[in-house]
Design a binder for this molecule. Structure first.
Ligand SMILES: [Zn+2]
Length: 385
């Protein structure tokens, strides 16, 4: 059993480190790291790697062809064989292209720190770094090996990193995701919707709207009927949403259109609903005789179901309570790499990163005073898992 006062001990140690945490955060934020700019991302990767190397841990830089390199950091201070592995997962890439710093420089004002990618999720990496430091300085014995993975392409779908973090996750007993928390109270994200996209193309038959209307098959009318049917599949109570976000079709008003198209955003909280939605889309049949439907696409990220995070969250809440820190949870509509690890059946707790707001926007910021407690919470989770 862990010492009952461990979280408090970590917090006591980390609180005076806040100025250093902010200084480290500044160097990370000022190293711009857009997912699509390899040279810039690599530079940031080097700076992050250097900070971790200072702690005497094993740092591996995993070279990538097209994207920035990924970083794998391993910590196992004890002599005997570890009883398993814990994965701490996050990304250092941001959605901001190089030069954004000129319009939104790193700055601290009224207890908030601003800058591109500061909330999503460079401060998460800083908090993990100081969580490690707290474990080291207190010489906390760990039961499991710790692997920290910082990837370079989460914001663009994790194509180059997915295999890597999935195989690390398979070796792990739990995954802790340092994505931003939700709202000013720093809610953990214990459920995330699965996200997908589908395209529905209707093929009709063109004809003159005045001279030979009976020979035409109107693809737009058909699409409209299909969308009316699809709209009824929305079930907000179950967390199932389907949104026609783009439609197009037709050429001129006096031509019966032969083609119409809709692009749909798909979201679901449960794997069974995700499959159900995909099946229903595939089973669509035309209303008009002679019309043809083409359906492509589906879910890219499966849902992070709350049952995959429930026990980890319960423990996080207990540990937070030992620091007199209220901790709550929420469900969010967007996905992260935690969706993939949960789908593998590995317990996953997400939203452990910074407290702040404005991800992907000009007012992106964090509440700096929350950093030591968030780092202490992570250290406690790693020490007791
Ligand atoms: Zn993120």
């Amino acid at each position: 059993m862990p010492e009952p006062n461990l979280p408090k001990e970590f917090l006591r140690l980390l609180k005076p480190r806040l100025p250093q945490m902010v200084a480290t955060l500044r160097t990370f934020v000022e190293a711009e790291s857009p997912s699509l700019e390899k040279a810039a991302a690599n530079k940031c990767c080097g700076i992050v790697a250097e900070e971790w190397r200072k702690r005497g841990v094993r740092v591996e830089r995993l070279a990538q062809k097209e994207r920035g390199d990924h970083l794998r950091i391993t910590y196992w201070p004890n002599k005997p064989r570890p009883a398993g592995q814990l994965l701490v997962l996050g990304h250092y890439d941001t959605v901001y292209s190089s030069g954004t710093l000129r319009q939104m420089p790193f700055r601290v004002s009224a207890g908030k720190a601003y800058g591109p990618g500061i909330f999503d999720m460079k401060s998460g990496i800083v908090q993990a770094l100081y969580a490690l430091q707290a474990l080291q300085e207190t010489k906390t014995a760990l039961r499991k090996r710790l692997v920290f993975l910082w990837t370079s392409d989460e914001e663009i779908g994790s194509e180059s990193s997915r295999k890597l973090f999935e195989s690390e996750a398979r070796r792990s007993d739990a995954v802790f995701v340092l994505e931003p928390s939700f709202g000013p109270r720093g809610l953990l994200k214990t459920a995330r919707k699965g996200v997908g996209q589908a395209e529905l193309i209707v093929h009709g038959r063109a004809s003159h709207a005045g001279l030979a209307p009976e020979e035409g098959i109107n693809a737009i009318h058909e699409l409209a009927q299909q969308l009316t049917r699809i709209e009824k599949w929305n079930d907000h109570r179950r967390g199932v949403t389907i949104n026609a976000g783009i439609i197009e079709g037709g050429t001129r008003t006096n031509v019966i259109p032969e083609r119409a198209r809709a692009v749909l955003d798909l979201r679901a909280l449960r794997v069974s609903d995700m499959r159900g939605l995909e099946d229903r889309l595939r089973d669509l049949r035309p209303f008009q005789r002679g019309a043809k439907l083409d359906v492509t696409g589906g879910f890219d990220r499966p849902p992070l179901e709350s049952r995959m995070s429930a026990s980890l969250f319960a423990r996080a809440q207990l540990l937070a309570k030992q620091m007199n820190l209220p901790l709550d949870e929420c469900t969010v509509g967007g996905g992260s790499d935690g969706n993939f690890t949960a789908a593998l059946g590995i317990p996953t707790l997400d939203g452990l990163g910074a407290v702040g707001d404005g991800a992907h926007s000009a007012h992106e910021h964090i509440l700096i005073n929350t950093m030591p407690a968030r780092a202490a919470l992570l250290a406690s989770l790693l020490a007791t898992s």
